[in-house]
Design a protein around this ligand. Sequence first.
Ligand code: GLC
Length: 440
Amino acid sequence: MKENRDTRLLRQAKAVLSHNLQDGFTIPRAKLYPFQWNWDSGFVSLGFANYDVDAAINEINSLLSGQWDNGMVPHIIFHSENETTYFPNWDFWETTVNKGASQSPKTSGISQPPVLGFVLENILDKHPDDKKVLAFAKMIYPKLVHYHRFWYTYRDPNREGLVFIYHPWESGRDNSPIWDDALDLIDLDHANLPHYIRQDTKISDAKERPTSRQYDQYVYLLELGKRYQYDGKGIAETSEFLIQDSLINAVLIRSNEGLIKVGKRLGFDTNEIEEWQTQSVQQFNTKLWSEKLQTYTGYDLRQAKQFPHWEIGGLTALFASIPNSERAEKMKAYLSNLMENNFYTVPSFDVYHELYDSKRYWRGPIWPQMNWMIYHGLKQYQFQSEADFVRESLLSLVERFGFHEYFEAQRQVVEVSHGGYGGNDFSWTASSVIDFILCG
Ligand code: GLC
């Protein structure tokens, strides 16, 4: 009997995850990303939860094995200290500058979108009566609250309910054009950067990766964090890059909601989280909505202004149920326009802007895990046809090109050339596909 598309994709996706599974954790992709990444693992875990709950649990436990005393869950956990094909590696981060940093395993010094709260809710929803899952949830729950407390303590100096990031890598959207302006405040001529050698462009096409100037800026901000032990007050006082990012805050809010639900179910006190949540949702709606862009956007604290461009992070507010229905309709209009104009959805940056670059990483391509969040967001607002389009876009691009890291959004380009970019056999592409197929 001939295998249908979904059965085939499912089989292939599981093979990708098995291939990338190491000893208790999953790497995003062999060679290019040989360690454990924070939000990648969250998405991998919810994919695994559909068919291998032990792997789902191990994934999160491995990630939390690198949690710092201050609550931060780092963006990379370097489970192997002998793997040398990645820059910046554990030794470059020198996390011993922070007394509470995990040293075994070694980690990076910054974080990433805090997905674990909603991931835990998702796993529990899939296994509501499984004793092992319940015990796991009880065990990690305080760690996740500690992680959120980290954000509100160290990243919200004015107690606004909106947290900041000081490195583009924390946003998960490394080279988005929205960062350009803030990064340009850095005076690279006098930055005194340490010598370093990139590894990514040896493995992936340089045209599809951040530029060398951007890498200098990334290294500069890493060094700035290090100077202030990665959580010191000096960061907010001096960093040129200080952003209340739409995606980070929307994901934090969505994960707060997950923790409130799970906490109530398991009998934990959720008052502290509910207080954060009320203030965060209110401030998100006040400070990050742009009437001009008809969506939410980030706020640059250093330059005291909103970002002027349409960018994908704002759409994740739907996933966190932040907008009222009027605002949600306005946000949807952009997607409807793309659907009418021959695009797959959802490109990561404004396709009508001169800075749009359909191949270069976060400056245009479609990203699988973003589609997963946006799909669920659209569904919550009963935007079923837009949601189905987002889901179908990813599935058909994967069917055509394989399990790539990111994809071309323009249909006419897809028709005539290869539209799968970055690494192949990518873990969160596989887990997003698995969840789309099995959970709809
Ligand atoms: C890139 C992405 C980031 C991801 C990492 C590992 O740095 O921008 O979001 O977590 O790769 O896949």
